[in-house]
Design a protein. Structure first.
Length: 316
């Protein structure tokens, strides 16, 4: 039975790679025996990406474009792509050819075999330096230790989902701060992991700075685990034990020497207590911020313009 494939591509300042990506992907898609659409989500690019997408979409009605009103981030772009895709099988990919389109036939085979979720797992990430590779594996270790929801190590933003999984993401996972890759892995259904070698970026530079990645990791740990909130209890217990030891020491030195060193003890204790307190207050503040952004309920993204969506409807 002929099914429709939706390729979802997030684009942020990718003028150097866009056309090459389109060419490579189309080459592969034309060989697959299904109809297709490519949904480009332009995440507020400031370079020539917008013009290029306009050109590509003009010549190919199967190319759809969603332009955001500003940069909302990669995750928001993927969500928008999933929201706007109309296929039976959806595949999210990066525009920089790090996720090789040549793997699409293999992904399609898994869909046809009845899998709902296909996680593409990086074996080597060629363009990431040692620091990025080490921090990335440390991130997965931490999150898997802290959270009940287990994540596949080195899963990437390259994944395939069936329509029914996409519908769940569309309707039930609308958190403002989220980790889509993690959600995809925790909805259940028939899941399979395929290993692949992440290629170097075709051109241009990575849009993720270390600062971005740190913020992203913190958000993820906090969405997937409430354990940091419990740190207060552990810190409290430690502080009580320390206080008891200090009290015993004070009494003992009073009996023994007659004059316990009150000043040093007091300063140490105050510093320790305050640092614990500030740390815990900080963690609570972060979680409060998250609750606040959910309560505000602002949109995950704002669309400025859509291209080729109406045409597709007429065709149907
Ligand atoms: N991206 C995006 N919005 C952003 C940052 C990145 O849509 O704010 C897109 C980017 O165009 C690319 C993908 O997300 O298609 C992955 O970004 P990048 O290659 O910079 O990340 P890396 O592969 O280095 O982790
Ligand atoms: Mg990349």
């Amino acid at each position: 039975m002929n099914k429709k494939i939706s390729i979802i591509v997030s684009v942020y300042n990718e003028e150097e790679v866009l056309f090459e990506f389109y060419r490579e992907t189309i080459k592969v898609l034309l060989l697959i025996d299904h109809s297709y659409e490519i949904v480009f989500v332009n995440d507020g690019s400031m370079d020539g990406s917008r013009g290029l997408l306009f050109k590509i979409a003009k010549d190919d009605p199967n190319v759809k474009v969603v332009h955001f009103s500003k940069n909302f981030g990669h995750e928001a772009a993927m969500i928008a792509g999933i929201d706007h895709a109309s296929g039976d099988y959806l595949v999210c990919m990066d525009a920089d050819l790090q996720h090789p389109p040549t793997l699409l036939p293999e992904i399609m085979k898994k869909f046809e075999a009845g899998y709902d979720i296909i996680n593409m797992v990086r074996t080597v990430n060629k363009s990431a330096g040692i620091v990025k590779n080490i921090t990335s594996s440390a991130f997965y270790k931490v999150i898997n230790r802290l959270s009940d929801n287990k994540l596949v190590n080195n899963a990437s933003d390259f994944f395939g989902i069936s329509k029914r999984v996409a519908d769940i993401l569309r309707n039930n996972y609308r958190d403002k701060i989220r980790f889509l890759r993690g959600y995809v892995q925790n909805v259940g259904f028939n899941t399979i992991n395929i290993e692949y070698e992440a290629k170097r970026r075709f051109a241009g530079e990575s849009k993720y700075s270390i600062r971005n990645l740190f913020k992203f990791s913190m958000n993820t740990i906090m969405t997937f685990s409430n354990l940091p909130l419990k740190l207060g209890i552990y810190a409290g217990i430690m502080a009580i034990v320390l206080a008891i030891i200090l009290a015993i020491y004070t009494v003992w030195s009073f009996i023994k020497v007659g004059t316990p060193s009150g000043y040093a003890t007091t300063i140490c204790l105050i510093c320790f207590m305050f640092s614990v307190l500030f740390f815990i207050v900080g963690i609570i503040g972060e979680y409060l911020g998250m609750i606040l952004s959910e309560l505000r309920d602002h949109p995950i993204y704002i669309v400025e313009e859509k291209i080729n969506f109406d045409k597709a409807k007429k065709e149907l």
